[in-house]
Ligand binder design. Structure first.
Ligand SMILES: *[C@@H]1O[C@H](CO)[C@@H](O)[C@H](O)[C@H]1NC(C)=O
Ligand SMILES: *[C@@H]1O[C@H](CO)[C@@H](O)[C@H](O)[C@H]1NC(C)=O
Ligand SMILES: *[C@@H]1O[C@H](CO)[C@@H](O)[C@H](O)[C@H]1NC(C)=O
Ligand SMILES: *[C@@H]1O[C@H](CO)[C@@H](O)[C@H](O)[C@H]1NC(C)=O
Ligand SMILES: *[C@@H]1O[C@H](CO)[C@@H](O)[C@H](O)[C@H]1NC(C)=O
Ligand SMILES: *[C@@H]1O[C@H](CO)[C@@H](O)[C@H](O)[C@H]1NC(C)=O
Length: 604
C-alpha cells in the first residue's frame, strides 16, 4: 500500500464475512493485504536467498573513468513511522575524490529486508531538495535485497556546495510480531570524473531551492494534500540575477487515493449505500500555482507500488516507476519577471478531487547570470484555461459504466534580459485524459481503461539564436481488469489482469549541441490470482511480462523479460543499437542474457 499506516487485521476479517461488500476491487485487495502479506512472505523460500528485486530500466550512461564513492548514510528502519527523517551531515565529495569536474553523480540506495512488511513509500532529500522518491520492496521470510541507482547529476550545484548540508531520509516503518521486516539501508554517492576529451555541454542549474516543508519534519519533508480543497503553500525567494527557472515536482498517492484511477463516482457510492469505498471518481491532477495563479499541472503516471493489487505481480520485477518515481518539470522562466523583485513569493500545490492522501513537494532549479547582479523579465502572455472535465455515468444498482474525460492547457510566454541578451521563452503544457470504468457482476468485476497524454513544449530564443528547446510527448496507458468470484463454501478467487505503460518521445536541444531525439516504450502486462478459503489465502499466482525499449539514435536499450511467482521465465537484453539482421556480430545469439554491443550509431 506504500503508506505508513498499518491496516488493522480486523478489517480483513470483517470484509470476508460480508459476501456482498461492494468496494472497488483494488480497495478490496488493499484491505486483504495484511493477511495476504504474512502468508505470501512464507509461501515460497528460494534456494539462494536473498532474492534480488529490481525495476527494469536502462543503465545509467557512465563516463569511462574511475568513480570515487561515499557512503552517506547507513540505517536500520524499524520504528520510524511519524518520526523526523533520519539525518546525516554532508559536505560535498569526500576528501579522497580528485579536485575535478564530475560528469556524472549517481545516488545508490541499497537495502535488505527479511520477514513480513508492507511496501513503504520513502523520500531522500539534501538540504530540503528531494533527490529520490521511491517505494520499498516487500520482503520474504528468506530475505530480499534490492538497489536503486539514480542519476542525480542535475543536482550538481547542490551536491558540490562547499558547506555542510543535511541528508534526510524518511521511511515510515513499524515493526511488531506480525510485521517483522526491518529495512537495512545504505545510501551512497558515486562521483565520476569527466573524461578529458569529453567536455560536457550540459549546464545544470546554478542553484536548486527546496520547495518542501519547513520543520518540524516528522513524517517527511513532503506536503500532505488531504482533500480536494487543501492547498499547501511554500514561501521562497530567488536571487535577483536568475535567467531561467524550472520547477521539478515530486508526487505520490496513498491510502484512499492509492488507486485513484479506479475510484468510483460519488453518486454510485451514495445510491448503493456503500460506505468503505474511496470515491470522487477516477480523475486526479496536481495543480501548481505561483502567487495564486495556475502556472502548470502534473497529470501523474499511475505508479503501482510493490504491494499493489497482487504482490506476486511485482516479485522480483517491480512496477514501472515504483523504485524511482518520475518527477515532472514545469518551466517557470516566463514568470521570472514577477519574482525577480527580491521579495518572498508562494508556490501552491492542490490536487483536483483529492482524497487522503497525496505527498507533493518540489525543487526550483535556477540558472544565474554570473556577469550581472540583476536580470529583468516580463510575462507577455499567460493563458491557463480552466480544467475541462466531463463525467458521464450510467448505472443501475451495482452495475454500470462511467466515462470520464478531461483536458487542460497552460501557455506562458515571457522575456528575460540578462548579460546573454534578451530572450523569449514559450512554454505550453497540454493534457488529455480518458477513463472508462465498468462495473459488472453486481460490482464484483471492475474494468478500467485509462489513457493520459501529455505534451510539454518549451523553447527559448533570442532574435538570432535558439537557446534551448524541449518537446516531450508522454502517454500513460492503463488497463485493469479485476474480478472477484464467490465459489461458495467460503471460497473466493480474486483475479487481476493489468497492462501498465509509460511511453515518451522527446526532442531536446541546448545551444551549441546536437538535437537529441529519444523514444521510450515501457510496457508491463500482469496476471494474478489469489485463492481464499475461510479467510485464508490458500494459493496465489502472479506473472508479469515487460518489454522496455529505449532508442536515441546513439544509444539503444531493449529488454524483454517475464517473471512468474519469483522466477524469471525469460530475460532478453540488448544493450546497443542493432539496425538490421546484417549488423549482428557473428557471435550474437538471441538467447537469454546475451549482451550485445554494436558499433551502430546513427545520428538523426
Ligand atoms: C552496508 O554497508 C556495510 C558496510 O560496507 C555492509 O556491511 C552492509 O552489508 C551494507 N548493507 C547493505 C544493505 O548493502
Ligand atoms: C571551502 O570553504 C572553505 C572555507 O570557506 C575554504 O577554506 C576552502 O578553500 C573551500 N574549498 C573549496 C574546494 O572551494
Ligand atoms: C487549486 O488552486 C488553484 C490556484 O489557487 C485554484 O485556481 C483552483 O481552483 C484550486 N483547485 C481546487 C479544486 O480548489
Ligand atoms: C500532442 O501532440 C501531438 C502531435 O505532435 C498531437 O497529435 C496530440 O493530440 C497532442 N496531445 C495533446 C494532449 O495535446
Ligand atoms: C487479460 O486481458 C486481456 C485484455 O483484455 C485479454 O486479452 C486477456 O485474455 C486477459 N487474460 C486473461 C488470462 O484473462
Ligand atoms: C519477448 O519474448 C517472448 C518469449 O520469448 C516472445 O514471445 C515475445 O514475442 C518477445 N517480445 C518482443 C517484443 O520481443
Amino acid at each position: 500500500m506504500a503508506s505508513s499506516l498499518s491496516i488493522p487485521f480486523l478489517s480483513l476479517l470483517l470484509l470476508l464475512h460480508q459476501p456482498q461488500f461492494s468496494t472497488s476491487n483494488t480497495h478490496k485487495l488493499n484491505n486483504l493485504k495484511p493477511n495476504l502479506l504474512s502468508q505470501l512472505s512464507h509461501l515460497k523460500t528460494t534456494e539462494n536467498p536473498p532474492t534480488q528485486f529490481f525495476e527494469v530500466t536502462k543503465p545509467i550512461k557512465l563516463p569511462n573513468t574511475k568513480p570515487c564513492s561515499h557512503l552517506v548514510l547507513t540505517y536500520d528502519f524499524a520504528f520510524t513511522y511519524g518520526q523526523p527523517p533520519v539525518q546525516a551531515n554532508y559536505h560535498g565529495p569526500p576528501p579522497h575524490c580528485p579536485p575535478t569536474h564530475f560528469s556524472k553523480i549517481v545516488l545508490e540506495w541499497r537495502a535488505t529486508c527479511r520477514g513480513t512488511q508492507f511496501d513503504r513509500i520513502f523520500g531522500v532529500w539534501l538540504g530540503g531538495v528531494e533527490l529520490l522518491r521511491s517505494c520499498t520492496a516487500e520482503p520474504t521470510s528468506s530475505g530480499i535485497v534490492w538497489s536503486v541507482e539514480k542519476d542525480v547529476t542535475r543536482y550538481y550545484s547542490l551536491l558540490m556546495k562547499n558547506q555542510t548540508q543535511t541528508f534526510a531520509v524518511y521511511l515510515g516503518n513499524v515493526v511488531d510480531s506480525t510485521y517483522t521486516g526491518v529495512y537495512h539501508v545504505n545510501l551512497s554517492l558515486h562521483y565520476y570524473p569527466a573524461e578529458e576529451n569529453n567536455l560536457n555541454h550540459h549546464s545544470w542549474a546554478d542553484l536548486v531551492l527546496p520547495i518542501s516543508r519547513n520543520p518540524p519534519l516528522n513524517g517527511g519533508l513532503w506536503f500532505e494534500v488531504k482533500n480536494s480543497v487543501d492547498i499547501q503553500l511554500k514561501e521562497f525567494e530567488i536571487p535577483r540575477n536568475a535567467y531561467r527557472a524550472v520547477l521539478e515536482v515530486y508526487v505520490s498517492f496513498h491510502e484512499n487515493d492509492e488507486f485513484w484511477y479506479s475510484n468510483l463516482p460519488n453518486d454510485y457510492i451514495a445510491e448503493n449505500g456503500i460506505s468503505d469505498t474511496p470515491g470522487n471518481g477516477p480523475f486526479r491532477e496536481v495543480v501548481v500555482s505561483l502567487d495564486g495563479e495556475v502556472v502548470g499541472a502534473v497529470w501523474p503516471f499511475t505508479v503501482i507500488y510493490t504491494g499493489g493489487m497482487n504482490p506476486l505481480l511485482w516479485r522480483p520485477i517491480s512496477g514501472i516507476g515504483s523504485f524511482n518515481l518520475p518527477s515532472y518539470n514545469i518551466e517557470i522562466t516566463p514568470f521570472l519577471g514577477k519574482i525577480l523583485d527580491g521579495k518572498f513569493h508562494k508556490f501552491g500545490f492542490n490536487v483536483t478531487n483529492a482524497l487522503k492522501v497525496w505527498f507533493v513537494d518540489a525543487n526550483l532549479h535556477l540558472w544565474l547570470d554570473k556577469h550581472s547582479l540583476k536580470t529583468e523579465g516580463l510575462l507577455l502572455k499567460h493563458i491557463s484555461s480552466p480544467l475541462v472535465l466531463s463525467e458521464a455515468s450510467d448505472f443501475k444498482g451495482l452495475n454500470g459504466k462511467f466515462l470520464t474525460t478531461a483536458n487542460r492547457r497552460v501557455l506562458s510566454i515571457g522575456w528575460v534580459k540578462s548579460s546573454f541578451g534578451n530572450f523569449i521563452t514559450h512554454s505550453v503544457q497540454e493534457f488529455s485524459y480518458t477513463n472508462s470504468l465498468v462495473m459488472e457482476n453486481e460490482g464484483n468485476t471492475q474494468i478500467v481503461v485509462q489513457n493520459i497524454h501529455i505534451n510539454d513544449t518549451v523553447y527559448a530564443k533570442t532574435p538570432l539564436l535558439d537557446v534551448y528547446s524541449i518537446k516531450s510527448e508522454k502517454n500513460f496507458p492503463l488497463f485493469l481488469y479485476s474480478d472477484y468470484f464467490d465459489q461458495g463454501n467460503g471460497r473466493y478467487v480474486f483475479i487481476t489482469n493489468l497492462t501498465l505503460g509509460f511511453d515518451e518521445n522527446r526532442c531536446s536541444k541546448v545551444a551549441g549541441s546536437e538535437l537529441l531525439k529519444s523514444s521510450l516504450k515501457n510496457l508491463q502486462n500482469g496476471l494474478g490470482y489469489l485463492f481464499i478459503q475461510n479467510n485464508y489465502i490458500v494459493g496465489a499466482l502472479g506473472s508479469t511480462q515487460q518489454v522496455y525499449n529505449y532508442e536515441d539514435g546513439k544509444y539503444c536499450y531493449f529488454r524483454n523479460i517475464s517473471s512468474s511467482d519469483y522466477d524469471i521465465v525469460y530475460d532478453e537484453v540488448k544493450n546497443g543499437c542493432i539496425k538490421s539482421e546484417h549488423d549482428f556480430p557473428s557471435d550474437f545469439k538471441l538467447s537469454n542474457r546475451v549482451f550485445s554491443y554494436s558499433k551502430g550509431s546513427s545520428s538523426i
